[in-house]
Design a protein around this ligand. Structure first.
Ligand SMILES: [Zn+2]
Length: 357
């Protein structure tokens, strides 16, 4: 968009988060150059950073990626041992798997292996289980049938997470536009053109409503397990639905990573959601770390600035769908979102951060 904006605006750029902040949704992949990351964290007041995919290997291919497994030990050696209390991780356990092969031949064996690996990773220090969006969308069983997220064969895994006292962070579904035809009318047209593998318009994929329904069945069936539903439960286009989901399910939390754009285009409704559910929302960005990226999040949460450009999914500011406004949250709400809620549900975090908060 090349037009210039002549609006006189209030502009505030909080240099640091109003309270020490935990980035509860991010990914290091195998980038162990954490010195640079730590400098950014220090500059903006991020005291702790979560690598959600510590045992996942992603190899990027044209227009997409393929998933595999890697040593979770690398995370502990390169991050936790070097910089205690600055990092924690989740594991995807056996779900760190390619989509072009069946996820399992024998479901019982798969569940046993998952429980074993999950327990091993938790013993090593992993703080939660991460479920990638591929479950429900891509993974098939040996008969070639799509495995639904609420498939009963997987139920022991969610129960085990509850017993271990670790949260399950799930990414299910995606922005609504990703399920609509890739035409210039699609509000995500530019992103989809750049990353065609993000499109699930093809009817071979389940529809968005179906994916959310299955996920919601799952969280209702396992009330003793804590679920963090990433990206505003992946329905930031429908905040009344998200609010209801939180009202009805006390075991559910959300993060708002990569959805500041959606929230900031409906700032009145978003502000209401954040205030009503102030105990259930976690800070997270899911974007490559940069000072500008983090400061824009603080501007959104802390100020009433209007009509400013949010970072895109890749953390850059060049491409944007619309401008956003801040939601000026009260101090006590900010404190919960920046760190208090994370301390409540991430095991060990209270102890780790007791000297930095
Ligand atoms: Zn993510």
């Amino acid at each position: 968009m090349a037009t210039r904006c002549y609006l006189f605006r209030q502009e505030h750029f909080p240099p640091k988060a109003a309270f020490p902040a935990v980035d509860g949704h991010n990914h290091l992949w195998d980038n162990w150059n954490v010195e640079e990351l730590l400098k950014v964290m220090e500059a903006v007041g991020i005291i702790c950073y979560c690598d959600l995919t510590a045992n996942v290997n992603i190899s990027w291919r044209e227009g997409g990626y393929s998933i595999g497994r890697r040593r979770i030990e690398d995370f502990f050696e390169n991050c936790v041992a070097q910089y205690p209390d600055k990092f924690y991780c989740f594991t995807a356990a056996t779900f760190a798997a390619p989509t072009d092969k069946p996820l399992f031949e024998d479901s019982q064996k798969f569940v046993d292996e998952t429980l074993e690996l999950l327990n091993r990773h938790v013993k090593m220090g992993a703080r939660g289980l991460k479920i990638l969006k591929e479950l429900g969308l891509h993974y098939k069983d040996a008969s070639g049938k799509l495995i639904r997220t609420d498939d009963d064969r997987l139920a022991p895994i969610w129960e085990e997470a509850g017993k271990l006292g670790i949260p399950v962070l799930m990414h299910q579904s995606d922005p609504s536009g990703f399920f609509e035809p890739m035409t210039p009318e699609n509000e995500h047209y530019e992103s989809l053109k750049k990353y065609p593998s993000w499109s699930f318009a093809d009817p071979k994929f389940p529809r968005k409503a179906e994916l959310l329904k299955r996920r919601d069945n799952l969280i209702r069936r396992h009330p003793k397990t804590t679920f963090i539903l990433a990206h505003v439960a992946n329905f930031a286009e429908n905040l009344p639905y998200v609010s209801r989901l939180l009202d009805e399910n006390p075991n559910v939390y959300i993060d708002f990573s990569a959805r500041m754009d959606e929230l900031g285009r409906q700032p009145y409704t978003a502000r209401k959601l954040f205030i009503r559910h102030q105990d259930r929302i976690l800070f997270g960005t899911d974007m490559p770390a940069s000072v500008e990226m983090y400061r824009c999040h603080f501007r959104f949460l802390e100020t009433f600035d209007e009509n400013f450009i949010p970072p895109d999914y890749d953390g850059t500011f060049g491409r944007y769908r619309w401008k956003i406004s801040g939601i000026g949250l009260p101090k006590e709400v900010l404190k919960k979102i920046y760190h208090q809620n994370a301390l409540e549900i991430i095991p060990g975090l209270k102890e780790d951060l007791k000297n930095s908060i």
